[in-house]
Write a protein that binds this ligand. Structure first.
Ligand code: HEM
Length: 149
């Protein structure tokens, strides 16, 4: 299996890079939903770091547990509002909410495929997903749904 150490470190690194970014955590009237989304995101990041650290070492059980936890977070996060909802014209908000939910379900679907790859011992494929399509989904979602502030 050719999972480069550099690639694993890259994965952990990109997580920290986002964590360091100044992202506002309050967009709703009382800020509650947005804080909640922030907590979900920090959960995604923690679990993704666990996967990046354990995949190469063949610690599949730890990766499976982390992937499952991420699925649970995605199931819950799809019901939340995107952080930039109030920056969108009122007549477009229902569509924006729907798009956010679709992106979260796409994440759920990536995580389900990741789980299958882990269960089948396909670590190369699992890594290709984490550093490829899952990473891209995260990047594009952040562009679309993070607040501009
Ligand atoms: C594995 C995938 C993902 C990871 C590891 C991740 C991680 C993070 C992190 C670390 C933050 C920054 C929190 C902060 O510093 O304030 C963040 C913010 C955010 N992410 Fe994600 N994310 C992922 C996927 C997604 C997806 C799929 C969506 C949308 C469907 C999304 C929407 C957002 C939004 C709206 C924010 C801003 C939330 C706030 O106000 O704090 N993320 N994410």
């Amino acid at each position: 299996m050719k999972i480069a150490v550099g690639a694993v470190l890259f994965a952990v690194g990109f997580g920290f890079a986002i964590a360091r970014g100044a992202v506002p955590s309050s967009t709703t009237a009382d800020g509650a939903e947005s804080r909640d989304l922030h907590e979900h995101m920090m959960g995604f990041l923690d679990q993704l770091k666990t996967i990046a650290q354990h995949l190469q070492a063949g610690k599949t059980e730890e990766c499976l547990e982390a992937a499952t936890r991420m699925q649970e977070l995605a199931l819950s996060a799809k019901h939340l509002d995107p952080a930039n909802l109030e920056e969108v014209p009122e007549e477009q908000r229902a569509d924006h909410r729907r798009s956010f939910r679709i992106a979260m379900v796409q994440l759920l679907s990536e995580l389900s495929l990741l789980e299958i790859e882990l269960l089948e011992g396909k670590r190369d494929e699992a890594w290709a997903r984490v550093s490829g399509s899952l990473f891209q989904l995260r990047e594009s979602s952040h562009e679309r749904f993070q607040s501009a502030d």
